[in-house]
Write a protein that binds this ligand. Structure first.
Ligand SMILES: *[C@@H]1O[C@H](CO)[C@@H](O)[C@H](O)[C@H]1NC(C)=O
Ligand SMILES: *[C@@H]1O[C@H](CO)[C@@H](O)[C@H](O)[C@H]1NC(C)=O
Length: 989
């Protein structure tokens, strides 16, 4: 939710007051691009782009001023250390930049460069600033949770006065070739260059210097200016070194210029992905002009960008500075660990001279230029060779997806606002009356008493406790909004404690920072402070936040943070956080610290209670996946926003934060019924599936949509519910190793080049379900891209899709049809009995759908099911069921005609785990139906199957339906009766 739109009368008064404070701020209905900086309005970005341009203009006469001092190098225990000297003027003066290259056991390399003077605090801050003197060096404490063990087997293969080579990686097939003068690193795999640092000479670490107050320049441009230019060989633009004004806000810079920038070249890679969040295509575009390209760099500076524009490199609410490059059968990546404002330029260059450009599509280098305002140079290099390798290695560093509350992966009903407890109960009743399942209803801002979090608007929410109990009758949950801004008002315990305990963010003078947000004058909790987290925990206790219960969960909005009267609607960069760090240093990780604080608080609402939190966040950074879900912020009820949601969610998935979704229906505006219907069909395939709407939009709960849309919307939501076992299994995989929950084509089919740019369709987990939403008005078909030679069956009709590898096939998709294919070779679980909520499905029997592969005789179909109690942490103690299902489609021999269920993983605990209550109840849960789509013609005459499980054998009827027209043959077995948790075999012959 944002600062925008029509406002109630109190709000109008408030804004009238506000706008006298700042001419900038006025209610708006569309994002004002000019409220956000362009590169040339951010001094450090402008300087670094100019620096790069100068380097390019200088051509071969350019020499980077960065050199490793050979006598300073050392190599020990997987770490290369050296001092890089930066020459800072024509007189040859230098500054020292300590460099560490760490080779990690995982095969990841990490390059860290600091600045000695700042590191040793041998600098002066201007204006009696209370900020820290060092470059920000604590991002790793917040972001990295493991994977830093050094690779003791890394070897210094070769070193002389000019270069060193380190061999490392899983089979010592990785190589870092470190050139001393000029300083550059070439990362190779199997002897072939993959990623180059400072290949183009854009490395730039702005060293500390004292401010020299020069006399005002003479009216005539004279010799003085000439001299200035001599001093700075690159003709640096000093105008924004010490302060900078944008939109009426002045940022003071007590540490002066301190940006860090580097060029990173992906050698022979034409496709790059990642660095969410941006509203653009999954495959990143070039950013320095040209046909169809952007002219601005991709920006990462978390901000409240309401009604964002599409196909743009503009910043959005969250930032994950992980970039990946892909070419046929090769995948590499770089993680730029920096929490300050960051811009990334992307260009592509044909590389005719490169002897390594073998094969089609490998003749391009993608060149990137990373520019951060402050902090260390800290970059992790992943050499693949697969996308899965990067997913797993990045997860080792930043953590995996939290195992979700089961309800949180079902359907969420939200709007700004459900206005009273009666309103909530009424929606609850109507969803039931119309037989539309849902799990969670949400309360936006207006549930609070006058925007004071942890309180209730007593006149409208008279009895929150009974409201929660009513929802609990069907296992449903309530989510309430809690934001980081705390109303600055007397007689509000949260505000007085925040102040008296000194847990708020400070302004540049060290006083408490005051700004404007929803409640008017506000202060912000500083969640970088561990004491603030401890305090935050006390506020969520059931005894403290009265009216909440076990089924209440939390939504953290506005945590970029959004500050209505701040520069670019956020905090002044010279604000101070715990430890004396400037907001500038930590901005992009700010949202994550708050999300974390809330996550920690939900873990400690009641002593002894061990339940999984659910916290939705708007702002995020690498690592946020550990704390909950994100959504793509304040989109619009427009077809193009529906379309944009798919690449955005795919990008989240490959970038380590897969629990993501977009507001179904669009936040701003009123979707027409067709758009709303199509959005439900698409949303049913978002990992996070929530409908949401702005306060000024008309009510649009799904039961209001009317005929003929109502049954179509209901069917979409029910499809989500029947596939919940498959979704939950995919979430479990994300918990294990952060595999994306929905996957783009390049990820599943790394050799199929025609798929590298496809970002409007997805695979769900390992189910083989291939989905492409309709995102255009009036469209009655989709052209779906087929990445391989497998057979694809229509999910609903079992028709065999006419497919050609690497080509699109057209599927009919009238409004009541969801374009969904089943790829041969997969098995996925469902629960087919329609219920009101996921909780009520918990002990329902399963259906297994088998999609027989094209290749008969030796081909196999395979799939998994993971299930646990969906709520506690007992799964960590073995209280779960994890099955693997395999259908071998041999010839006609009996061995090849079986569907077998076995443990999906080696379980050393098997037999030792004492069954808890949930596992005991699961003893009564069985496989009900098995549907084999594409059943072999040889089954035609058969009427029976034999089931064998737990020492018993029984026979059941099988219904075989032969192929007809375009429809595949299929076989159905009902009432299988084998326990879902047990080993079993169904013999079809
Ligand atoms: C900082 O100090 C300089 C003088 O050293 C002064 O000109 C400037 O106005 C001061 N800035 C702030 C924000 O106090
Ligand atoms: C989350 O909170 C825990 C507990 O206070 C703390 O140890 C950890 O550093 C925090 N992480 C982040 C990202 O804020």
């Amino acid at each position: 939710m944002v600062f925008a739109g029509k406002l109630s009368s109190t709000w109008t008064a408030y804004f009238a007051a506000l706008s006298t404070l700042s001419g900038l701020i006025a209610p708006a209905v569309a994002v004002k691009e000019h409220d956000f900086k362009k590169c040339d309005q951010a001094g450090f970005c402008k300087r670094n782009r100019a620096f790069a341009d100068n380097v390019v203009a200088a051509g071969s006469s350019w020499e980077t001023p960065y050199k490793i001092l050979p006598e300073t190098t050392s190599f020990k225990d997987g770490q290369f250390q050296a001092t890089v000297l930066k020459t800072i003027n024509a007189q040859g003066e230098t500054v020292k930049l300590p460099l560490t290259i760490s080779f990690l056991e995982s095969g990841t390399a990490r390059v860290t460069m600091d600045e000695e003077k700042r590191q040793k605090k041998e600098i002066e801050l201007r204006n009696d600033s209370k900020a820290r003197k060092e470059r920000y060096n604590e991002a790793e404490n917040l972001v990295i949770v493991g994977g830093l063990t050094l690779d003791k087997d890394a070897q210094l293969a070769n070193e002389d006065k000019t270069e060193a080579t380190v061999k490392y990686g899983p089979s010592s097939n990785f190589e870092a070739h470190i050139k001393y003068a000029p300083f550059a690193i070439d990362f190779k795999r199997d002897g072939v260059s993959q990623i180059k640092f400072n290949d183009r000479g854009f490395l730039n670490m702005e060293h500390w210097r004292p401010k020299i107050d020069k006399p005002e320049p003479e009216k005539k441009e004279g010799e003085e200016n000439q001299e200035e230019k001599k001093e700075e060989p690159t003709g640096e633009d000093e105008s924004t070194w010490w302060d900078e004004t944008f939109g009426g806000n002045t940022d003071t810079k007590p540490r002066g210029p301190e940006s860090v920038a580097l060029d990173i070249t992906f050698v022979g890679f034409d496709h790059i992905y990642g660095i969410p969040s941006h509203a653009g295509p999954l495959a990143l575009k070039q950013t320095r002009g040209g046909d169809g390209n952007y002219v601005e760099p991709y920006r990462l500076y978390n901000a409240d960008v309401f009604e964002y524009i599409l196909d743009s490199p503009m910043t959005l609410y969250g930032a994950i500075p992980l970039m990946q490059a892909h070419r046929k059968d090769s995948h590499v990546g770089v993680f730029w660990l920096n929490a300050a404002e960051t811009w990334v330029d992307v260009t592509k260059a044909k590389d005719a001279t490169n002897p390594l450009t073998l094969g089609i599509g490998a003749k391009t280098n993608t060149q990137t230029h990373w520019i951060s305002e402050s902090g260390l140079l800290d970059a992790f290099v992943f050499l693949g060779p697969t996308a899965q390798d990067i997913t797993h290695k990045f997860a080792e560093l930043t953590g995996t997806t939290a195992m979700p509350q089961e309800a949180s992966i079902a359907y969420h009903q939200c709007r700004w606002n459900y206005i009273s407890d009666d309103d909530v109960k009424d929606v609850d009743r109507k969803m039931d009356r119309y037989k539309i399942p849902y799990d969670v209803i949400w309360l936006d801002l207006e549930y609070t008493d006058d925007r004071k979090y942890f309180t209730w608007a007593g006149d409208m929410f008279k009895d929150p406790k009974s409201m929660g109990e009513k929802l609990d009758e069907h296992g449903r949950k309530l989510v309430v909004l809690i934001d980081p801004h705390i109303k600055n008002v007397d007689n509000y315990h949260v505000s007085s404690e925040l102040k008296s305990k000194e847990l708020a963010v400070k302004d540049k003078t060290g006083g408490i920072f005051e700004g404007w947000c929803w409640p008017g004058s506000s202060h912000w909790i500083d969640a970088f402070n561990p004491k603030a987290i401890d305090w935050w925990k006390t506020l969520f206790k059931y005894t403290a936040f009265k009216g909440t219960a076990e089924n209440t969960f939390i939504w953290n909005d506005m945590n970029e943070p959004s500050v209505f009267n701040g520069p670019e609607t956020t905090m002044p960069k010279d604000n101070l956080h715990h430890g004396g760090w400037e907001h500038r240093d930590v901005h992009n990780v700010n949202g994550m610290t708050f999300h974390n604080a809330t996550y920690q608080a939900l873990l400690s609402r009641k002593s002894g209670e061990l339940r999984r939190p659910f916290v939705l966040t708007r702002s995020f950074f690498a690592g946020s996946q550990r704390y909950g879900a994100m959504w793509t912020g304040d989109n619009q009820a427009a077809w193009d926003h529906l379309g944009a949601s798919i690449p955005m969610i795919l990008s989240q998935g490959i970038s380590g934060f897969p629990f993501s979704g977009a507001d179904v229906g669009g936040f701003f505006g009123n979707p027409d019924k067709e758009l709303l219907t199509r959005w439900y069909q698409a949303g049913a395939f978002y990992p996070f599936f929530r409908a949401h709407a702005h306060i000024d939009s008309r009510r649009r709960e799904p039961y209001l949509v009317g005929e003929p849309y109502l049954p179509i919307v209901t069917a979409a939501i029910r499809l989500r519910y029947s596939l919940l076992p498959a979704w939950y299994t995919a979430f479990h995989q994300a918990y294990v190793d952060n595999t994306p929950i929905v996957k783009p084509m390049f990820y599943t089919h790394p050799s199929e080049e025609a798929g590298f740019g496809i970002d409007d369709q997805l695979f769900l987990g390992d189910t083989g379900l291939l989905f492409k939403p309709v995102v255009e008005q009036g469209k009655e078909s989709v052209d779906i891209f087929i990445p391989d030679d497998e057979v694809y069956y229509n999910y609903f009709t079992y028709d065999v899709a006419p497919t050609h590898k690497g080509k699109k096939t057209t599927l009919a998709a009238p409004l009541d049809t969801i374009p969904l294919l089943m790829r041969g070779g997969h098995i996925f679980p469902r629960r087919d009995r329609p219920r009101r909520s996921s909780a009520l499905q918990r002990f329902d029997d399963y259906t297994l759908v088998v999609a027989v592969p094209r290749q008969r005789g030796g081909g196999r179909a395979e799939g998994t099911l993971y299930v646990d109690d969906g709520d506690s942490f007992d799964f960590e103690k073995g209280q779960y069921i994890h099955r693997r299902f395999v259908l071998l489609t041999g010839d006609d021999s009996a061995a090849g005609q079986r569907l077998v269920s076995t443990e999906a993983e080696a379980r050393p605990d098997a037999g030792k785990v004492k069954e808890g209550k949930w596992l005991k109840q699961m003893r009564d849960v069985h496989v009900d139906k098995v549907i084999v789509v594409g059943a072999p013609a040889s089954w035609a005459g058969r009427k029976e199957v034999t089931v064998e499980s737990e020492g018993k054998t029984w026979t059941l009827g099988m219904e075989y339906v032969p192929a007809e027209g375009g429809r595949a043959a299929y076989a159905t077995v009902r009432g299988v009766g084998a326990r879902i948790g047990a080993d079993w075999t169904i013999a079809f012959a």
